[in-house]
Design a protein around this ligand. Sequence first.
Ligand code: PTJ
Length: 260
Amino acid sequence: MVQETKFSIPRAHPRYESLKMRELLIDGADQGIVATSGLIAHGRGEAFDYLIGERSLRNAIEAEKVAVASLLLAKLPVISVNGNLASLMANVTVNLAEVTGSLIEVNLFYRSRARELAIERVLKQSGAKRVLGIGSNASRIISEISSERRRVDPDGLFSCDVALIPLEDGDRATALRKMGKQVISIDLNPLSRTSQVASISIVDNIVRAFPRMVRIAKQLKSVPASELEALVSRFDNQRNLAGILEAIASRLTRLGENHQ
Ligand code: PTJ
């Protein structure tokens, strides 16, 4: 369920949830939270979500469970926040950080002082006590990355052992892996470089994945570390991704047969 927007969309509209999400991102762009290109990125996500069937696939739910286990086991887990995530899921991001003991860091492809501050504000209004990666705090540089995403906080993404990076670009995912970090991606495109290089690739919409991950975290919090470790070590990301592609392909085949 997405948050409220300025523009009122008729509840009876068959694409109500989808249109609300668009409005939320447009509001976010008006407030300087979402990059213009974030609107394009959302459209790409929507297209993949249609192919997936706009529901969470079994393999995605499995990856979400393993991702939560990995955040709970981490010494220094960090959730990276960009404009789209802040606009769609600021409250849930703060909840997920709280329940998994993760830090929150703003990391932007299109970084500007105004956007940093706008995103920090929305996170703090949602209850975040500490937001990393703002201004001169993003003082460490990951030299392999050419974009503004290279600026990271020494107390956060630079030092973390597990990084959750929703709606990311492939460069930073690759660089973080090379730095020895466990990288959890959330990206509706199973073929994106990010999904392909992450340690745990969640192919799901963040608006479905994040609330479920909060619920899973509440359940797994009381599970012994040895069981969580077993869950993580049993997980085969490449096999999981292959299962996602198979699920999409067989869904399309089934739909094609129904149209004959
Ligand atoms: O806020 P900034 O400056 O950091 O910029 C953020 C964007 C998203 C513009 C930037 O990271 C970017 O250009 O990303 P890409 O390379 O377009 O990748 C975004 C990926 O997110 C695409 O593969 C989309 O399919 C996917 N995506 C879009 N919306 C969602 C999504 N995945 C999950 N849930 C979504 N709601």
